[in-house]
Design a protein around this ligand. Structure first.
Ligand code: ADP
Ligand code: TZD
Ligand code: MG
Length: 579
């Protein structure tokens, strides 16, 4: 090579795999990464931070993955989780699978060993065929081997995560990719800005007409809003549609607040009645899975008494459990707009006989619950503690409520009214424990709003070390641990009479508040609803990390919370207790 050619070569600006990954994400509006550093992604995190991205380092990848998943739910843009190879990847994979099950868009990016070593199984540091393992557990999985393909790889991952039914995507980046260099200009040109990543999917006009005809003929109609409806961010159209029809509605757990739970048409407090007695049920972004008793059985009244209309982006969801007489396939914004556009001026509101019956039942149940919520008892039971938290959310409706546990979850769902969309984040479709701290971190980071995390003591234990993360980033997260000394309750005994504790019991009277103090946060220990209320208000006013150890009567909970029917042993026990 001549001297001039050599000079040109050294003067040519170069880029590398690290920067191409960062540039590809930023080009697509992704500004935050959740992860755990280590070989081979330590420098990727560093360089991302240097490039102005927010990089949130966790203590465990599963929590980082849960953060990415819920960021995806909140933003309709994939959340990013970054992990090291094999064990880090596997830790993140649980969250990726959970995101896919819940229809949340996220991308798990893991560093990996070189193909030639993995494929010959030569025993690299943290060697694993990650792509093959990820594939069956997520919506799509890709690997990038050449720096010039990073742009396309990231674009494919983004599009796969958010288009159609959202889900988790795995992106495998072998270590050598990061140090590959290429001409900077060619590198920049290789990047792809994804145009219209989640294209509108317009429903067929005939499907819309069919659905409206079924709805019009209903005597006892019901609308069920699921977390797909919350995700769709079509809040105004949904509200307009619900109000124009006058139909009673139920909101699934994470859809609560899409319309305020205190809305006059809300049938939340008359759930069993409307499920049993309705004749036409319109599902909007909700699946007829176990959470809705599969659309059949006792919950749903007489066999054959229902007609289902379903609005969903995923055509294969139709007829998954029962026949759907009017499938409306499309994105919820487009579908609900089309429904509204096709309702003539004289559209009848829901029959008043039905509406009045639902309202009467609701008032009856609300009155029944009111007295339980107001007791200022010590030790607290779930209801009296939740009564205090219900008031907090009423006064701070823009706070995000994170919630997990068994009794702590099921009872909070019923007691705490939500007033704004996408403010309730919980265990979702799998009923998985341990999502709380990841969700809390991402909720604070992505929205800047205060977070109240209401956690069973067991649930908290799955992710509790992230209290350090919350303190390190000084996030406005107030954690309330409902401490009943165990899983479901703290009173179980070892049936063998031996000295080991029962399988469901924890260390008695543990002080979870000390945990946050270890990292500079504010700890509180409370035993009455009044104390709980004061502590939460103080913590949330401070806008700083806090953990409140709320002592709950260890005998107050029931086994498996609300879903004991899925656990034959506990259902039997409950029956015996009643007799
Ligand atoms: P829930 O647990 O609240 O009942 P599910 O997770 O079971 O809700 O159901 C959510 C449904 O919403 C999924 O079937 C999914 O395909 C659908 N969905 C998600 N996003 C959209 C969207 N933008 N438009 C239409 N349907 C959507
Ligand atoms: N592991 C995972 C990942 N998810 C689960 N759902 C469970 C185990 C089983 N499980 C439940 O379904 S709830 C629960 C477990 C371990 C904990 C319940 O105890 P808690 O709540 O302290 O969180 P309550 O208020 O005591 O009922
Ligand atoms: Mg507990």
């Amino acid at each position: 090579m001549s001297t001039t050619a050599q000079n040109m070569e050294t003067e040519r600006e170069l880029t590398d795999g690290f920067h191409l990954v960062i540039d590809a994400l930023k080009l697509n509006g992704i500004e935050t990464v959740y992860g755990v550093p280590g070989i081979p992604v330590t420098d990727l995190g560093r360089k991302a931070q240097a490039a102005g991205m927010r990089v949130i380092s966790f203590r465990h990848e599963q929590n980082a993955g849960n953060a990415a998943a819920i960021a995806g739910f909140l933003n309709r843009r994939p959340g990013i989780c970054l992990t090291v190879s094999a064990p880090g990847f596997l830790n993140g994979l649980t969250a990726l699978a959970n995101a896919t099950t819940n229809c949340f868009p996220m991308i798990l990016i893991s560093g990996s060993s070189e193909r030639e070593v993995v494929d010959l199984q030569q025993g690299d540091y943290e060697e694993m065929d990650q792509l093959a393992i990820a594939k069956p557990l997520c919506k799509a999985a890709f690997r990038v081997l050449h720096a010039q393909d990073i742009g396309i790889g990231v674009a494919r991952a983004i599009r796969a995560a958010v288009s159609g039914r959202p889900g988790g995507v795995y992106l495998d980046l072998p270590a050598k990719l990061f140090s590959q260099v290429m001409d900077a200009e060619a590198g920049a040109k290789s990047l792809v800005k994804v145009i219209d990543p989640a294209p509108a999917q317009i429903p067929a006009p005939a499907a819309v007409k069919r659905a409206l005809a079924v709805l019009k003929g209903a005597k006892r109609p019901l609308i069920i809003l699921g977390k797909g409806a919350a995700y769709a961010q079509a809040d105004d159209q949904i509200r307009a549609f619900v109000e124009k029809t006058g139909i009673p509605f139920l909101q699934m757990s994470m859809a609560k607040g899409l319309l305020p739970d205190t809305h006059p048409q809300s049938a939340g407090a008359a759930r069993s009645t409307v499920l049993k007695d309705s004749d036409v049920v319109m599902l909007i972004g909700a699946r007829l899975n176990w959470l809705l008793s599969h659309g059949k059985g006792k919950t749903w009244g007489e066999p054959g008494s229902k007609k289902f209309i379903q609005v969903d982006i995923e055509p294969r969801e139709m007829d998954s459990n029962v026949g759907i007489v009017a499938p409306v396939v499309g994105d919820i914004g487009s579908c609900v707009s089309a429904l509204l556009d096709n309702m003539d001026a004289g559209w009848p509101t829901a029959p008043s006989e039905w509406v009045n019956a639902v309202n009467a039942k609701r008032e009856e149940n609300v009155a029944k619950m009111a007295s339980r919520l107001m007791k200022n008892s010590s030790p607290m039971d779930f209801h009296s503690a939740l009564g205090a938290l219900r008031t907090i959310i009423k006064e701070r409706p823009d706070a995000i409520l994170v919630n997990e546990g068994a009794n702590t979850l099921d009872l909070a769902r019923g007691v705490i009214d939500m007033y704004q969309p996408r403010k309730r984040l919980d265990v979702g479709t799998w009923g998985v424990m341990g999502v709380g701290m990841g969700f809390a971190v991402a909720a604070a980071v992505e929205t800047g709003k205060p977070v109240l995390a209401v956690e069973g003591d067991s649930a908290f234990g799955f992710c509790g070390m992230e209290v350090e993360t919350i303190c390190r980033y000084n996030l406005p997260v107030c954690i309330v641990v409902f401490n009943n000394n165990g899983i479901y309750r703290g009173t179980d005994v070892n049936p063998s009479g031996g000295s080991d504790p029962a399988t469901t019991a924890f260390v008695r009277d543990a002080r979870y508040d000390k945990l946050v103090e270890a990292f500079g946060g504010a700890g509180f220990h409370v035993t009455t609803p009044d104390e709980l209320s004061r502590a939460v208000n103080k913590a949330m006013d401070s806008g700083r990390p806090a953990l409140i150890n709320a002592v709950i009567d260890p005998a107050a909970g029931s086994e498996s919370g609300n879903i004991s029917k899925l656990n034959p042993q506990s259902a039997l026990k409950k029956k015996q207790e009643r007799n």
